[in-house]
Design a protein around this ligand. Structure first.
Ligand code: SF4
Ligand code: SF4
Length: 215
């Protein structure tokens, strides 16, 4: 090893000192999360406060990680919990297993389960990692409940219940400019997405009419 070799190494370090830093001081500084970020789930309500979940268990059936546990029960006709015959009596998601693939969101027929942008949480015991129905259910104002082990910053809880299909039509540029997010109780409504046509499209970039049944 010649005398110049370590100097060449220092030169590399020295050069980096004048370049733009690409790292951030996480967790003090957080980057803006992508629009379709898949964080922890929320269970949603209708504007009248009724729960959207009808206890059908489709989400549990489709989950590749087998981490959802649902038990449905018949609604009390005099005091129903959901508009359907049944409601989600027990609902649990095990976040030690969830891979945030969003298939449960895709499978749900009522948009009851959606994924928020909240993902910064850690657990010191297994019980905390299994979110219960009470913990997942949004409040009366449509907002998620913050749990003691979740790190939220200002604005992190916004747009938590927005819903977007992972597959088409969301990825189809013909839906550009049309709101695909389902804000719950008026909270979490987002602007329509832009840029699909520019980013490459399903049919080579030509504009086409949106199917009328999806309008
Ligand atoms: S996001 Fe995927 S892994 Fe997680 S609960 Fe839903 S289906 Fe299961
Ligand atoms: S969240 Fe949706 S798919 Fe899962 S049990 Fe409830 S209604 Fe069915």
């Amino acid at each position: 090893m010649g005398l110049l070799t370590p100097l060449a190494g220092f030169a590399v370090t020295f050069r980096q000192m004048f370049r733009r830093r690409v790292t951030t001081s996480y967790p003090k500084q957080k980057r803006t999360k992508p629009q379709r970020f898949h964080g922890r789930h929320v269970l949603n309500r209708y504007p009248d406060g009724m729960e959207k979940c009808i206890g059908c268990e489709l989400c549990a059936g489709v989950c590749p990680a087998n981490c959802i546990y649902v038990r449905g029960a018949d609604n009390d006709p005099d005091d129903p919990t959901s508009p359907g015959e049944r409601f989600g009596f027990v609902y649990e998601i095990n976040y030690l297993r969830c891979i945030h693939c969003d298939l449960c969101v895709e499978a749900c027929p009522t948009q009851a389960i959606t994924e928020s942008k909240l993902f910064e949480f850690s657990f010191t015991n297994r019980a905390d990692a299994i979110y219960t129905k009470d913990e997942l259910m949004v409040g009366d104002d449509g907002r998620p409940r913050q749990l003691p082990w979740e790190d939220w910053r200002a604005g992190d809880d916004e747009m938590t219940s927005g819903w977007m299909r992972a597959t088409s039509p969301a990825g189809d540029h013909r839906y550009e400019g049309i709101v695909q997010w389902a804000g719950e109780l008026g909270y979490g409504v987002r602007d329509p997405e832009r840029g699909q046509a520019d980013a490459g499209s399903d049919d080579g970039g030509s504009r086409a009419e949106v199917p009328s049944e999806d309008k």
